[in-house]
Every structure is written in C-alpha cells, then in structure tokens.
Design a protein around this ligand. Structure first.
Ligand code: C5P
Length: 409
C-alpha cells in the first residue's frame, strides 16, 4: 500500500514537534505521520509510553525521525529529565494516538511517565488525537476529561467514525493525517505568527583587523540583534543570526559567527536565499585599515603609527542591488544623535530599505549595551510608529508586530 500522500502544511515545516505516543493499535499509523513531518523539514522527537512500545518499537520511530526516542524518565545516556528538555524544546506537541488512559492522566495532572511528564513540562500548544474503542470514547468519564482538556486550551481532534480494531463500527478511529495536521496548524497559528518564515538577523559591531591582535570596532553589544532573533524564533520563524558577538543559547536560532564586514556580506548572500525578512541590527563599520599587517606591530618598530583607512561598502545597499536577494524585506537600524526622522528617512532611501528603526543615541538610558531601547519605526510607505522605551525584547516583538503585515505571503 502506498504511504499516505497527505501534504504537510507549510506552517509545520521547520517546526520542532514532540510526538507523544500512547498504547493503542493506531500507533502504527503515527509512523507515517512522523515520517511525513520529517520529510517535510519538521524536526520530530518521539516519546512513548511502555504500552505504546508493545505496538511499535522505538527503533522504527528513531529510524523515520533520525532522533533518539524517549522511552522513560531517564535518557539513554544517563542524563536526567528528558521530559523537561522535550517540554522546553517543542514548539508544538501532538499526542497520537491518545488512549483513554493518557487523556485521564493528562486531565488529572499526573506525571507518572515520560508522556504525561512531558505534557506537564510543556510550554507549547498541545494537540491530542484520541483513538480507542467506541464504548470507551462514549463514556462520560472520558468525555468529561476531554471537556476539561479543551477548557484548558488543549486542542482535541475528534476521532473518526468507522471500522474499529475491536471489530465494532463506531466513533474512535484516529483522525486522518490532514485533519491532524490542520488541527496542529490551527493550534500554533496564534502563538507562532512567523511559522514558515525565514528570518535573518545581524548583530554586533564588525571587527576590522589592524594586525593579528588588534582591530577597529565599535561599542555595539549585539543585544538588540539577539533580542530580535529570539523574538522571531519564539514566534516560530527559522532564524539565522549572523553576528560578531557571543550570545546565550536559544532554541531555533542558528548562529553564524563572523568578524569583518566582508565576511558578514558573504554570509548574508548565502543566508538570504529564500528568506522573508532581514533585520540588519549590526553596527557595520564604515572604515577599515587599508592594509592589515601580517605580524604584530611593535612599539619599537615605529615611533608613531599612521593608519590609513578606506571605506567599507554599505552591506544592505549592496544586497538591495542584488536581483536574487532584493525580494527580502529589509529593515535597517540607525543610531542617531539628532534629527532622528529626517536622517533615518534619508538612510532608508539611500540604502534601498523597506523600513528603518531609528534610535536616539544622545539618550543615556537606552541603546548601546543597555537592556533598554526606544526609537521610531519608519516604513518606506510613509507610515511612522513611535517605539516607547522598553526592554530590547519587548521592542523586538513590537517591531515584528508592525513588520509582519508587510511581508508577502
Ligand atoms: O549609515 P549607518 O551606519 O547609520 O546605517 C545603519 C544601517 O546600515 C544598519 O542597518 C547597518 O547594519 C547598515 N550598514 C550596512 N553597511 C555598512 C554600514 C551600515 O549595511 N557599511
């Protein structure tokens, strides 16, 4: 029989999906779901109850997902708390098949195995796809548990009516793949409004070498770029952060370290293919040494040192001229000490940007190195939005709220 050809919706591609499997005969159908999701580019990690493992072996799921399967409260490598890892990692959780037992334990807040413990440790939307005998599904106890889960925000996918493994006809068959996928998309849509998007963010000050131990740079800490990357990743985007700085670990951010402006440009050229949005928060230098000494320049060698500097080409303006990359919506950042709007609008035009965030560096309480920022977001269509003083993370979410309606579908 051919594999279920159900197409996987775009929103699920690239998502981190935890698939929790409990002990029902329908577990075999979930192998196809796991395989389809993985082939569509989702990252799938499976956890199984002990009775699920009597229906399908963990190696099958490991084989189709390419990831180890959690089968107990202790990871195979001895590290504790795989449920906390999975709960943190997942952007959406699917429980399929969900037995009456797992639905009951979830409703009563138990955490006595890897599946229920992961559900309690979850931070993501949860979709439950029940499958069981029709009499079990119809029992008031089960229906009340389902109502409780729905009231708490869990999406429960109605099982289908038809032939059941018990030989009966009735409601209790695991819903079809497209119904399950649609329920997942629905559950994630409000939380992950950037699902299916590729976002590239730059951060930090570029470093231009004078000799092997010295460089010219600036005070940019990279915090604004990191905050933008984290906000986009938490909203479901696949994010690449091209940066000169060091940042905390964050799920969903692929970090590409660079130093010089030239390296940043080369990295951007490859990362921007197929991307939807560029957030150019890096403080790219305007000048670099015309020559880099091959050895450490010594005080004894020279009574004084004159550095000849040459201009660095504007990276965003260069990218804007590339016909293969200029489809990407480009947001620049401008640090200004006076006439914020006028200077930012002029920069937006000159650099071929669709929007620009201008912030006032004459204020001591915001900007470079600080946890806070404030400014104004200007679009090429003439609209203007004040960005009140807020943490860099809050400001990032505000910027994404305002930019999102401008992105092409
Ligand atoms: O001209 P100014 O440096 O204020 O412009 C800031 C914006 O332009 C930022 O988005 C920055 O990343 C970008 N930029 C660039 N290449 C440069 C200098 C700045 O892409 N050489």
């Amino acid at each position: 029989m051919p594999l279920d050809p159900t197409p996987v919706p775009n929103e699920l591609r690239g998502m981190r999906i935890a698939l929790l499997i409990s002990g029902g005969i329908a577990a075999y159908k979930v192998v196809d779901l796991a395989s389809a999701l993985t082939q569509a580019g989702a990252r799938v990690r499976v956890a199984m109850t002990s009775s699920a493992m009597r229906f399908v072996g963990p190696p099958t799921f490991q084989g189709v997902t390419g990831n180890p399967v959690a089968t107990g409260m202790w990871a195979a490598d001895g590290s504790p708390e795989p449920h906390v890892f999975l709960g943190d990692w997942a952007q959406v959780i699917l429980v399929a098949p969900a037995t009456a037992n797992v639905i009951g334990r979830l409703a009563s807040g138990r955490s006595d195995d890897i599946v229920t413990a992961t559900l309690l440790a979850a931070r993501s939307p949860v979709v439950v796809a029940p499958a069981m005998n029709d009499a079990m599904w119809a029992k008031p106890a089960v229906q009340e548990n389902v109502t409780t889960l729905r009231r708490r925000g869990v999406t429960v996918v109605e099982p289908e009516t038809g032939h059941l493994a018990s030989g009966h006809e009735g409601a209790g068959r695991l819903a079809g793949a497209s119904t399950v996928f649609n329920a997942m998309v629905h559950a994630i849509r409000s939380r992950y409004d950037l699902a299916g998007r590729r976002v590239v963010v730059t951060a930090g000050g570029t470093r231009e070498p004078i000799d092997p131990v010295r460089f010219i740079s600036n005070y940019s800490s990279g915090k604004m770029g990191f905050a933008l990357a984290a906000a986009a990743a938490d909203r479901g985007a696949r994010v690449t952060l091209v940066t000169t700085a060091s940042h905390p670990e964050h799920h969903g951010i692929d970090v590409q370290r660079v130093d010089m402006a030239e390296e940043m440009l080369a990295e951007l050229r490859s990362q921007l293919r197929g991307a939807d949005l560029l957030l150019m928060a890096a403080a790219v230098g305007d000048f670099k040494p015309a020559r880099t000494a091959g050895h450490k320049i010594r005080r004894e060698e020279t009574p004084s040192l004159n550095l000849e500097l040459e201009p660095i080409p504007d990276l965003v303006a260069t990218l804007a001229r590339d016909p293969e990359l200029n489809m990407v919506f480009r947001v620049g950042f401008a640090a200004e000490d006076s006439k914020l709007d006028a200077k930012a609008i002029e920069k937006m035009k000159r650099k071929g940007l669709q929007a620009i965030v201008a912030n006032d560096i004459s204020r001591r309480d915001i900007g470079f190195g600080s946890e806070y920022n404030a400014g104004v977001l200007l679009f090429a269509d003439g609209s203007r939005h004040e960005l009140e003083k807020a943490t860099k993370r809050e400001m990032s979410d505000k910027i994404l709220d305002l930019v999102l309606p401008h992105l092409k579908r």
